[in-house]
Write a protein that binds this ligand. Structure first.
Ligand code: NOJ
Ligand code: CA
Length: 698
């Protein structure tokens, strides 16, 4: 580890002050400047070309003078940092964290209020944050707005979702910056909870491509005790301004010095692979606060889940959604999914096929009345339905060496969940559940709070911290999207926080390009529980009147295990569907979920993505290649394989006539002997993909 601090360079108090740092390679430079009125500003260059023009920095306070002008320069320091660290679970065994840092110290004229702005220049982008030192003149304060701007130079192509304070489960729109307009998109897409205040507001991470082929991504890192940042877009001037998510009374954040804001990040490269493979967001988070991480384990799992989404069974026991309470409707409907018998079937399947875990949703009392009722006390997270024998199942799973995954749907009633949290976690420990999938469907209780506000960000982070006390892993659904907190609390193994596979079962679904965008957006902040592996693609299989479907081929479903990184991956389809295609299912049995190395071979947001990864501690490699609605052919070199070794490659690809819409299941499997100097042709069908396993044979 190397951390070189240079001395304070200046102590002059001046206006019009300007200072720069470059990234280690010199490709990216960030410039700080105090404008004429003492307004802090910054700009960013990539290879000497302006990418972010002079843009405002600052914070507005409630009942106090704004911290966005009248500043004087007090001093600055620079530092270089270069270390590598080992994530507990990850896409690679070692992560290099190399940047140059500039800290600018400012004081506000007349008020004596001090702030620092810290800039970091990495080779794949820049980051900056506000730092509020402890001081008498700024002790407790309320942020009413953040004025941070990103003043872009061009009418970029943008992959965007609307700036909704309560949900990130949208399909992406691909338009020019100038064409962003929430009133022109289809919002009727199956999401119950929406809070979209602005026509021109979008969410971050925001992935863009300039007309000259520069990839630019705006996001944030280390959102801790602070709300999520969305962006207001000035569609005429390509200027983006931070929009912090408010709380119930319109305040943005309550802070006390000393404290810091999250990092605002701008990734830039002329190669899309640098963005999708970047570890900048993780690097900007604090190292692990958990000392003994031996209990944090990767997991492949099956579960009582998709059968509810396709309508084969129900979460509720009595089959009467909205019965006033469970006591009024105690008779089993006969369609309940989470029965002891059904759970045993999943445990047996997991044991037989080498899966680590079984998730069971709908195991606990409350589902008769869980959604849309603004009801505060729906679940207690400990009382099983009468047909779910938790003690017997826990013992049964243990005897088969299978781990149970708990489900805590809160139905947005967060106050209720926090009240029950310790008992809920004690219950998990008692019955040997190492991991929990949490859920936040519906409006938040306490009323008026948004999923993306400071209160909820604190809740999601708190649940991970408290879970660590019990040595439990968290996989949250409907949470705010992660910004790298999984580095600090590695038991926060995954989140959904974007539009997952479930939408394909009961809505217009996720278009074929969806999975080529998520790795450039949502996944930058942490793994996503996307729940791939659907083999029965068309919902008409379950009900001939249904037109919904998964918008991929079967082969692409396999490839997603490699392209959609998560250390906890579900084999989401019904067990009987896997039994019908055992040769394709073999890939899901073989594929790793924790990695030594990841190679980004081909990448273009919205179009295609090819990644090869080496399994942690093993010599085997896996490759996933996916495309959008267009068929694609390419040749890839296998030079990532170890030289001199021979590998058996099993290639799972789209059949010649495969097509996500008309012929999605058609696949073929072939086996080849390959070496590092071999090449393989990829033939991806429309909405298709290829998955390959490489096993060393000498
Ligand atoms: C939405 C989650 O994303 C899904 O996985 C879950 O089954 C339902 N909520 C019910 O909790
Ligand atoms: Ca969801």
């Amino acid at each position: 580890m190397k951390h070189v601090l240079s001395l304070f360079l200046f102590f002059a108090i001046t206006f019009g002050h300007s200072q720069s740092i470059e990234s280690p390679s010199g490709k990216i430079a960030v410039n700080f400047k105090l404008a004429g009125d003492g307004q802090p500003t910054y700009s960013v260059n990539y290879k000497s070309k302006a990418v972010v023009l002079e843009s405002a920095l600052g914070i507005k306070l409630k009942d106090k003078p704004a911290l966005d002008a009248n500043f004087e320069f007090v001093g600055s320091k620079t530092a270089t940092f270069n270390e590598s660290w080992k994530p507990v679970l990850g896409e690679q065994a070692n992560i290099v964290n190399h940047y140059n840092e500039l800290t600018v110290s400012l004081v506000q004229k007349g008020t004596h209020v001090k702030i620092n702005i810290i800039f970091r220049a990495f080779d794949e982008g820049v980051a900056f944050r506000y730092d509020f030192p402890k001081q008498a003149d700024l002790n407790y304060f309320i942020i009413s707005d953040e004025v941070t701007q990103f003043n872009l130079t061009e009418n970029n192509k943008v992959f965007w979702i609307p700036g909704d304070f309560d949900s990130n489960e949208y399909e992406y729109n691909e338009t020019k910056l100038s064409e962003i307009d929430n009133s022109k998109i289809n919002m009727n897409n199956g999401i119950g909870v929406k809070s979209i205040p602005g026509k021109y507001m979008v969410q971050t991470p925001l992935m863009m491509k300039s007309p000259t082929g520069l990839y630019v991504n705006i996001f944030e890192a280390a959102v801790v005790n602070y709300p999520v940042m969305h962006l207001n877009v000035d569609v005429n001037n390509y200027k983006l301004t931070a929009q912090l998510v408010p709380n119930a009374i319109g305040d943005k954040a309550y802070l006390q010095t000393p404290c810091v804001s999250p990092w605002r990040t701008i990734m830039i490269s002329n190669d899309a692979r640098d963005v999708v493979g970047s570890k900048m967001i993780l690097n900007l988070n604090e190292p692990s606060k958990i000392e003994d991480t031996s209990w944090i384990k990767p997991m492949k799992y099956v579960g009582i889940w998709w059968e509810m989404h396709v309508g084969k069974s129900t979460w509720d026991y009595a089959g009467s959604q909205n019965a006033t309470n469970f006591a009024d409707a105690p008779k089993a409907s006969g369609k309940h999914g989470a029965t002891t018998e059904n759970t045993k079937r999943y445990i047996d399947f997991a044991a037989k096929n080498g899966f680590d875990g079984v998730l069971v949703e709908g195991w606990n009392v409350g589902w008769e009345d869980w959604n849309g009722n603004w009801k505060e006390e729906v679940f207690d997270f400990t009382t099983p339905y009468p047909d779910f024998d938790i003690a017997a199942l826990s013992a049964y799973a243990k005897s088969k060496n299978v781990k149970m995954i708990m489900h805590h749907e809160t139905s947005g009633s967060v106050a209720n969940y926090e009240r029950h949290l310790d008992r809920a976690f004690e219950n998990m420990v008692k019955y040997n559940y190492p991991a929990v999938k949490t859920g936040y469907v519906g409006k938040i209780i306490p009323r008026g709070e948004f999923h993306d506000g400071q209160t909820m960000v604190n809740h999601f982070n708190f649940v991970a911290r408290r879970a660590a006390d019990y040595k439990l892993m968290i996989n949250s659904h409907e949470s705010s999207r992660p910004t790298g907190y999984g580095r600090t609390y590695p038991n926060y193994v995954a989140a959904e926080a974007a539009r997952g596979t479930e939408f394909n079962a009961w809505s217009i679904g996720n278009p074929p390009m969806h999975e080529t965008i998520l790795p450039f957006t949502r996944l930058l902040g942490g793994p996503m529980d996307y729940t791939p592996g659907i083999f029965e693609i068309k919902m008409s299989y379950y009900d001939k009147n249904k037109t919904e479907q998964v918008h991929t081929t079967l082969a692409k479903q396999l490839a997603l295990y490699v392209t959609m990184y998560s250390p906890i991956q579900m084999a989401a389809d019904l067990l009987e569907n896997y039994e019908k295609y055992p040769d394709a299912f073999q890939f899901m049995k073989d594929v790793a979920v924790d990695w030594d190395e990841s190679k980004y071979l081909q990448a273009e947001p919205g179009d295609y993505l090819t990644i090869a990864r080496k399994a942690k501690g093993k010599e085997s490699w896996f490759l996933g290649a996916i495309t959008d609605e267009n068929a694609r052919k390419s040749e890839i070199k296998l030079d990532f394989l170890t030289k001199g070794k021979k590998y058996k490659a099993i290639i799972y690809e789209d059949a010649k006539d495969a097509d996500w819409k008309n012929n999605p299941i058609a696949y073929k499997i072939k086996t080849m002997l390959v070496r590092s100097k071999s090449k393989i042709n990829l033939n991806l069908a429309p909405g298709g993909g290829t998955a390959i396993s490489f096993e060393p044979i000498n």
